[in-house]
Ligand binder design. Structure first.
Ligand SMILES: [Ca+2]
Ligand SMILES: [Ca+2]
Ligand SMILES: [Ca+2]
Length: 145
């Protein structure tokens, strides 16, 4: 009984302090979470995607991985003729591309603009696997050049 009363009194004095302390912690946590959220958003896509897109204005850009990640193996304006992706640097490795040229790009599964082809109009193609063309491109050309 004595202990019970003691505990009640102590708790009565203590809880507001605890609440204040918790509130302070929560406030700190919330600002940390906010900072993390902003940082995470920058890391998770906004900054890289837009940076890549900016770098790729008026060009065709092709990356090794999905979602414009890893090595940028090819970057070209819409020029005429058959364009080669280098044998040891990009052939059969392209997984995503951005076409900002205003022209349709024609991807070819073999060198010299030979073999299976896939025409892609201007736009964003984060996963060429969805189009059955992952790690396939070896050369490319632009329509209307
Ligand atoms: Ca790849
Ligand atoms: Ca190929
Ligand atoms: Ca090639």
């Amino acid at each position: 009984m004595g202990i019970h009363i003691l505990r009640t009194c102590a708790a009565g004095d203590f809880f507001p302090l605890v609440r204040l302390w918790k509130w302070g912690i929560m406030r700190k946590l919330r600002s940390v979470v906010a900072v993390l959220a902003v940082g995470g958003a920058m890391l998770a896509g906004v900054a890289p995607a837009s940076a890549n897109a900016d770098d790729c204005s008026y060009k065709l850009c092709m990356w090794e991985d999905d979602w414009y990640a890893d090595t940028l193996y090819a970057k070209s304006a819409a020029v005429s003729g058959c364009l080669e992706i280098a044998g040891w640097n990009g052939d059969n490795e392209i997984s995503s591309l951005i076409n900002n040229t205003g022209h349709t790009v024609r991807l070819y599964a073999d060198d010299g603009c030979q073999g299976r082809s896939l025409p892609l109009g201007p736009g964003y193609y984060p996963e060429l696997s969805r189009l059955g063309f992952n790690n396939e491109v070896e050369s490319y050309s632009f329509d209307g050049t």
